[in-house]
Design a protein around this ligand. Structure first.
Ligand code: UVW
Length: 312
């Protein structure tokens, strides 16, 4: 088993996009150049829109408490006003609402301040930059103009002919290559890769948040090198951590997070829904599309829920 620190050193993007004395805070989304955005937009040929976000409701897959995973809860909606007991001139009534939720709830991006180790975050920013008042650097705001570009679905579950992979199953670089070849699509620099494990289908089928969060199939450490070599700008999945859990090394939790976010500067998208998109890609044989998934610009936040859309 490779040591994640060694892999991280080898794949490090620290300093790569620094310019004019400014330390970069965006990481691999720098690979999404204006030319690549324009080319990606041309993939929206038929106007078919796929909603890749899961509903932000109390019936979501994050049960909180000790059901495995990081204990996050589903969004809670509270109506501050319903329109009742209002008496405005002219008869107008209004409803207002609040929501209480972790920013790591439902479909979300992990920002680059989400993960650190050995006292440092991406590009050498100190871990102490993250305080109870937020992240002084690398906050999700730095991704405000993204994340938008060419999306490519890697439908591992469909390729294997299963509804979903089992928890702890590791998807290897060879398998990623095999799926792409079978789908007849190639990666290009600046792509946003969407890996379908079937974990969203498992939740929709079983409706069991505890089982959804107890583990998951996903990427392993070797895929970090694969993402680096293909100049991928961001990676997202239908599971809750992108990487396999339990992982390959029982002594290390979330090594893929540590290398991708902290060393490579790659944002991770979690708990997306590729079910309808998967059906359509299988039907028309086209696995690339225009993907738009900007984060919400919460100041100093380390992540953000998203409303991702794939457009063909
Ligand atoms: C952790 O579980 C720490 O992170 P994520 O939500 O990114 O998987």
């Amino acid at each position: 088993m490779d040591d994640f620190r060694e892999v991280g050193r080898r794949l490090s993007n620290w300093g790569r996009w620094d310019a004019d004395g400014q330390r970069d805070e965006r990481g691999t989304t720098n690979l999404i150049t204006p030319e690549r955005v324009a080319a990606a937009a041309r993939l929206a040929r038929e106007g078919k829109v796929f909603d890749l976000g899961i509903p932000l409701g109390s019936d979501g897959p994050q049960p909180g408490g000790g059901a495995g995973g990081p204990g996050r809860i589903n969004p809670i909606l509270l109506l501050a006003e319903t329109g009742a007991d209002q008496d405005f001139p002219g008869g107008m009534h209004f409803a207002d609402d609040y929501v209480f939720m972790p920013l790591q709830s439902a479909s979300q991006w992990d920002g680059l301040a989400h993960i650190h180790y050995d006292g440092q975050m991406f590009n050498g920013f100190p871990a102490t930059d993250v305080t109870p008042h937020g992240a002084k650097h690398l906050s999700i705001e730095t991704q405000a103009k993204g994340i938008v570009g060419r999306g490519v679905l890697v439908d591992v579950a469909r390729h294997r002919g299963v509804d979903w992979l089992a928890a702890g199953e590791v998807i290897t670089p060879d398998e990623l290559d095999e799926v792409l070849a079978a789908q007849g699509v190639e990666l290009r620099g600046g792509d946003i890769v969407a890996v379908r494990t079937g974990w969203r289908r498992k939740f929709l089928t079983e409706g069991d948040p505890a089982s959804f969060m107890a583990g998951e199939p996903g990427l392993g450490l070797a895929s970090c090198e694969w993402l680096h070599r293909h100049e991928v700008a961001a990676v997202c999945s239908d599971n809750w951590a992108v990487e396999a859990l339990p992982g390959e090394d029982e002594n290390v939790i979330l090594p893929v997070h540590m290398v991708l976010i902290r060393d490579m500067g790659m944002t991770l998208g979690e708990i997306l829904d590729f079910e309808e998109l998967s059906e359509d890609c299988a039907a028309d044989g086209r696995y690339d599309f225009f993907l738009t998934a900007p984060p919400i610009k919460f100041r100093r936040a380390v992540g953000s829920p998203i409303n991702p859309l794939a457009i063909k």
